[in-house]
Design a protein around this ligand. Structure first.
Ligand code: HPA
Length: 249
């Protein structure tokens, strides 16, 4: 049986409509996850929720314990993970307020604990990451968006930078030349670690600002916050629809 877990990003501190039933703080070989994992029900369907940045949300992207978070989700029986990520828009179609289900990623992060593989079991592993997001879960998200009349882009390259600072205009020009459509700070190593654990993993990105150098105004946290607040309800509807379509008995 498939079990959904949701990793909330900036601005998503809970899942709207999730009736909480329990809280879990599993220990992992990598330490504690960012926050207790909330178990709850969407209708009659069990869902786990984890806030990536902690509760209160103060853990910056480069210090998130991605390994503990994914290990903890897996230890509770999660098979499928939908990650929510706030991003800046690079491609002209990626304007603030747009929802995106990316299908590719380029990793610009460094110095993060990015693998479970330390060679200690005597095996050499190279996971296939040609398609970094789980195709079936992506398509299920796209179908749920369609069903709920939520407009979203279903193909995009997600560039992931180290943060916590935002990018320079020149860095964004470079990302654009590399083919990135959106830029965020938390998509990696999360997606690769999920693949190592054989979790089905997909991301829903919320565009909250034009990337550096592309907007008329300086990037403002206040404006990002307003868009996040507005879009959080839409993401909640998308997830409820996904659960009804893919996870309900
Ligand atoms: N860059 C990187 N991460 C982000 C951005 C951005 O412009 N907006 C939200 N997360």
């Amino acid at each position: 049986m498939r079990q959904l877990g949701v990793i909330g990003g900036t601005g998503i501190h809970e899942l709207a409509g999730l009736a909480g039933t329990a809280s879990h703080s599993p220990d992992t070989p990598f330490g504690a996850p960012s926050a207790p994992l909330q178990e709850g029900l969407f209708g009659d369907c069990r869902v786990f929720f984890l806030q990536r940045h902690g509760s209160p949300a103060v853990v910056p992207p480069h210090l998130v314990n991605y390994r503990a978070n994914l290990w903890a989700l897996k230890s509770l029986g999660v098979t499928d993970v939908v990650a929510i990520n706030a991003v800046g828009g690079i491609a002209s179609s990626m304007q603030p307020g747009v929802l995106v289900i990316p299908d590719q990623v380029i990793d610009y992060t460094w110095g993060r604990a990015h693998t479970f593989d330390d060679g200690s079991d005597g095996q050499l592993r190279h996971i296939d990451f040609t398609e970094p997001y789980h195709r079936e879960l992506r398509l299920a998200l796209a179908a749920a968006a369609d069903c709920a009349a939520i407009s979203c882009q279903t193909s995009a390259v997600h560039g992931v930078t180290q943060g916590p600072r935002l990018e320079t205009a020149a860095e964004i020009r470079r990302l654009a030349a590399d083919g990135c459509d959106v830029v965020g700070m938390t998509g990696m190593p999360e997606a690769a670690l999920a693949r190592e654990l054989e979790l089905a993993y997909a991301s829903v990105c919320m565009v909250v600002n034009p990337a550096a150098g592309l907007g008329d105004e300086p990037i403002s946290l206040a404006v990002m916050g307003e868009i996040l607040q507005r879009e959080a309800g839409v993401v909640g509807l998308l997830l409820r629809t996904l659960v009804a379509q893919r996870y309900s008995a």
